[in-house]
Write a protein that binds this ligand. Structure first.
Ligand code: PEP
Length: 259
């Protein structure tokens, strides 16, 4: 089965709603039909930008998709400051990022929390991008594959084989996020291949074959082609470089460097 690569731009807490409009307009101006034929492109703006991004994308019938950077476990209620998957779906979101290492670290989010959010995302027909990855200490200990796969297993707790087919996994080594230190393609492949083997064992070959596994961590236009050439790397979750429209477009066009 061919998995369409996904290039996902996680803006984190950058770009207000006015800047978001200008940014998406620049992406839309640069990206051509041939780019969208080759890759799926999605942006993940702050919550306060999503309505503006939706309005622009709908009005101009853009092929850029979008999603939330997180969602709540529940649909509604007394959860000050939280945003539900139901609300994201209502705003036309296709995706939601779950378990990003910044949320795991700064918001004490556990893999059990991620599993609950995942159920809510699936219930509301969002395509979840479940992030996992090891710290530098774990990498140095040599246990990175076992630890990351265990983190993934916990984050996916209770997910059926049927639902797993629509989940996207992002391998994001914590030591590579926002540090400028990108994993070499062989390291990304080692982990993404191990994740696919785990998915095959847990959910069967057909599901493992369908699930897209992204690499994230300091991806830039110069490193994207090498990473994307790996057989088990099906896309990139891009943080810092997604804030620069020219750089993000160049990452989306990694294929031009592979020929
Ligand atoms: C991320 O936030 O998911 C990420 C990969 O960030 P960066 O590309 O800046 O390392």
């Amino acid at each position: 089965m061919t998995r369409k690569p996904l290039i996902a731009g996680n803006w984190k807490m950058n770009l207000n709603h006015l800047e978001a409009i200008a940014h998406v307009q620049r992406l839309a101006f640069s990206l051509k039909d041939a780019d969208f034929d080759a890759v799926e492109v999605a942006v993940f703006p702050p919550f306060t930008d999503i309505r503006s991004v939706q309005t622009l994308i709908d009005a101009d019938k853009l092929k850029i998709r979008y999603g939330g950077q997180d969602c709540a476990e529940t649909d509604s209620g007394a959860y000050t400051g939280q945003i539900s998957a139901a609300f994201l779906t209502k705003l036309g979101c296709s995706f939601v990022i779950l378990g990003h290492s910044e949320r795991r670290l700064l918001n004490n989010e556990s893999s059990a929390d991620v599993a609950l959010k995942l159920k809510s995302a699936i219930k509301h027909k969002l395509l979840p991008i479940v992030c996992v990855g090891e710290s530098l200490d774990i990498r140095k200990s040599g246990n990175h594959v076992a630890v990351t796969v265990a983190q993934l297993k916990e984050s996916l707790a209770g997910i059926t084989k049927y639902d797993m087919g629509n989940v996207i996994v992002a391998y994001e080594p914590v030591w590579a996020i926002g540090t400028g230190e990108v994993a070499i393609p062989e390291d990304a492949e080692e982990m993404c291949g191990a994740i696919r083997n785990f998915l095959a064992d847990e959910y069967g070959d057909a599901v493992a074959d369908k699930v897209r596994i992204l690499y994230g961590g300091s991806v830039k236009s110069g490193t994207a082609p090498g990473l994307m050439a790996m057989p088990n790397v099906d896309g990139a979750l891009v943080g810092g470089a997604s804030i620069d429209p020219d750089e993000f477009v160049a990452i989306c066009r990694y294929r031009l460097a592979l020929v």
